[in-house]
Design a protein around this ligand. Structure first.
Ligand SMILES: Cc1cc2nc3c(=O)[nH]c(=O)nc-3n(C[C@H](O)[C@H](O)[C@H](O)COP(=O)(O)OP(=O)(O)OC[C@H]3O[C@@H](n4cnc5c(N)ncnc54)[C@H](O)[C@@H]3O)c2cc1C
Length: 408
């Protein structure tokens, strides 16, 4: 029988960053990860400025930069409703948070490996390729699992579920996840050899039946995302998916987009549902959930990594500051997280209604909303939540009725 203070299920960015922080205080940490190698799952590679602050506070920033992290410093909303010149005149500088040059772009696999290395160096015991995990919550938590052909058990003071969207820990703890209906779809693809696209520039906007994102990763690599209608579900799937995606990125409203449509795909082209999901109180006796396991924001905003890093920071602070790790210790975490995710959900709804609804009625609504925003630019301030953090934006933008008035 093994023994640890904390067993963390899932060795992604959440599990490893939490493990590293806790192990650095002398706690015995066991991380159990299903995969033996990380591969491109088409996941988060754009960390919002407020998430970069969390990365700094977790002492991971320098390591991530040394591994290839790259700051994006300009945002231009090239869009079918305006000329490139008009879009350029509304370019947004991205140094919106003190001490942060802009969003940080890094390949997800590189990010995962950086956090994993840090966890190991901090003293965590990490086992990869584990299977058939079973947890026993309660006052004497226990984790049973298979590894290297053997059946093992570990007693601990706390189990952390950092095992992503389909969390086994969540299910086995009896915690319920509430999912919004799927609103639309989002496809992602990593490309290389897009050297002619400026490395410091992200572009986001609407073109035809697609809301697009261009996030340069440095050294000619770019992560592309496309939001599109549910009815077009097969649009970027199958053998020709990547090719279709590249040709969709040849957009008349985006100067130099030819640099992208000629780039080389270097990962899978995958499609995901665009929706929010949450667990009201992501803890029971002996178990706490962090990151996607505790619920996630619609990927249209690119907030999941920042959300996860903040979860890590809050939960690690609680565990380090207190010796009694009873259920109620996590109540402040649950309260803060609920409001954080509520605000991000409303922000995602704003961005979706503005950009990722398709058809003539949606177009007319978009044009009306843009006209109102031109008269009163503060009406779009809710979007700042995705850059500076949801708690930094005035509460009035998250009140019922705000979006109804804008999009009527
Ligand atoms: C299409 C898409 C685009 C996105 N883009 C962005 C973006 O640009 N920016 C951003 O901030 N966020 C983005 N996200 C969200 C972001 O990827 C996640 O929020 C983030 O990866 C969550 O980290 P995590 O550690 O909680 O979970 P994960 O990254 O999912 O890690 C979970 C880990 O647990 C392991 N695991 C799972 N089950 C088990 C098990 N039973 N036993 C042991 N191990 C297990 C997995 O192998 C994995 O390593 C995107 C998500 C999607 C779907």
């Amino acid at each position: 029988m093994e023994r640890a203070d904390v067993v963390i299920l899932g060795g992604g960015i959440g599990g490893c960053s939490l493990g590293a922080k806790l192990a650095s205080t002398g706690l015995q940490i066991l991380i159990l990860e299903r995969e033996t190698d990380f591969t491109d799952r088409v996941r988060g590679e754009w960390i919002a400025p407020w998430g970069v602050v969390e990365l700094q506070r977790l002492d991971l920033y320098d390591r991530v930069m040394a591994a290839g992290g790259h700051h994006i410093t300009r945002h231009i909303p090239y869009d079918e409703l305006v000329s490139p010149k008009e879009a350029e005149a509304t370019a947004m500088p991205l140094n919106l948070v003190k001490g942060v040059a802009g969003p940080l772009a890094i390949e997800h696999v590189v990010l995962q490996n950086s956090a994993l290395d840090k966890a190991i160096e901090s003293g965590c015991s990490v086992k990869r390729g584990v299977a058939n995990i079973e947890i026993k919550p309660g006052s004497n938590p226990r984790v049973s699992y298979e590894h290297d052909g053997g059946s093992l058990q570990c007693d601990c003071r706390l189990i952390v579920g950092a095992d992503g969207r389909t969390s086994t820990v969540r299910r086995q703890s009896g915690l319920e996840i509430v999912e919004d209906p799927v609103d639309h779809l989002i496809a992602g693809l990593l490309v290389d050899n897009a050297d002619d696209w400026p490395e410091d520039l992200e572009a986001v906007g609407k073109y035809g039946n697609m809301y697009y994102f261009i996030f340069p990763q440095g050294n000619g690599k770019i992560r592309l995302y496309a939001d599109f209608d549910l009815e077009d579900r097969g649009r970027f799937t199958g053998e020709s998916g990547a090719k279709e995606m590249l040709s969709a990125f040849n957009m008349a409203c985006v100067p130099n987009s030819g640099a992208i449509s000629k780039a080389t795909p270097i990962g899978p082209c995958r499609t995901f549902p665009s929706q929010d999901a949450w667990v009201d109180d992501p803890f029971v006796d002996g178990v706490v959930l962090i990151g996607d396991a505790a619920g996630y924001n619609d990927p249209i905003l690119g907030q999941g990594l920042s959300v996860t890093l903040r979860d890590t920071r809050i939960v690690s602070d609680l565990l380090i500051e207190h010796t009694a790790w009873h259920r109620d210790l996590f109540i402040p975490y649950g309260v803060e997280r609920k409001e954080r995710l509520r605000r991000l959900r409303l922000c995602a709804q704003f961005v979706t209604t503005m950009n990722a609804r398709f058809g003539s009625e949606a177009e007319a609504r978009r044009v009306r909303a843009k006209r109102r925003i031109r008269r009163d630019p503060t009406l779009q301030l809710i979007q700042l939540a995705a850059f500076v953090g949801p708690e930094q934006v005035q509460a009035k933008y998250f009140e019922p009725g705000f979006q109804e008035a804008l999009f009527k």
